[in-house]
Design a protein around this ligand. Structure first.
Ligand code: FES
Length: 203
């Protein structure tokens, strides 16, 4: 059987070839449209990593881990050089809300630490590393509490809590975001602001 082209004539482009080409073009077009749609619907693969904090002013801080998990933090529980992971009460299911609360000597705070977000030596930062989102740890220096620091063991990023949690080592691209805390009259700790910057991975 002789195949004819789209104009009914014999030629290099047959009707079957024309139909196959048309079908391939249609599939490619649909695939392109699908990719564009997914691009719009999906969050960016990097910055923020989908972390959305829901801390509100007035939220009380509770222990995030250990035997006291879920109970209220009290200022009297902390010596200079101590730190703990904490959540806002009732919002413990959202990792973006996880903070590291640290007690230091007030005079040790230096810029860019936001002094108005500290109280009685208490300072709090996001506990989610800005590299790839691991939870940070506290490295207490028993002999010299002022030389303590925050570290992420995933890739060894180091943050200086006395200087706005700026990065002093490792691949983290930006500091941990600070968040306001203060000691209430009854000695519990309460959030006084939202985070000062983005929370979660920023690479
Ligand atoms: S996730 Fe913290 S250093 Fe990589």
């Amino acid at each position: 059987m002789v195949e004819t082209n789209s104009e009914g004539k014999e030629g290099k482009v047959t009707r079957r070839q024309f139909a196959r080409g048309f079908l391939l073009a249609a599939v490619a077009g649909a695939f392109g449209s699908l990719l564009s749609l997914l691009k719009v619907l999906s969050p960016p693969a990097s910055k923020g990593g989908g972390y959305v904090a829901t801390v509100a002013l007035g939220d009380l801080l509770v222990y995030a881990k250990g035997s006291r998990q879920g109970s209220l933090l009290k200022a009297s529980d902390f010596q200079v050089g101590d730190a703990v992971l904490a959540y806002p009460q009732g919002k413990t299911g959202n990792e973006a809300n996880l903070v590291q609360l640290i007690r230091m000597k007030e005079k040790e705070f230096k810029p860019p630490t936001r002094l108005e977000l500290t109280d009685q030596g208490f300072v709090a930062y996001s506990a989610i590393c800005t590299h790839l989102g691991c939870t940070v740890s506290w490295m207490k220096n028993e002999k010299d509490p002022g030389a303590s620091y925050t570290e992420c063991f995933c890739h060894n990023s180091i943050f200086n809590p006395a200087r706005g949690a700026r990065v002093i080592g490792g691949p983290a691209p930006i500091p941990l975001a600070q968040i306001g805390v203060k000691v209430s009259k009854d000695g519990t700790l309460v959030f006084t602001s939202g985070f000062s910057g983005p929370v979660g991975p920023q690479v």
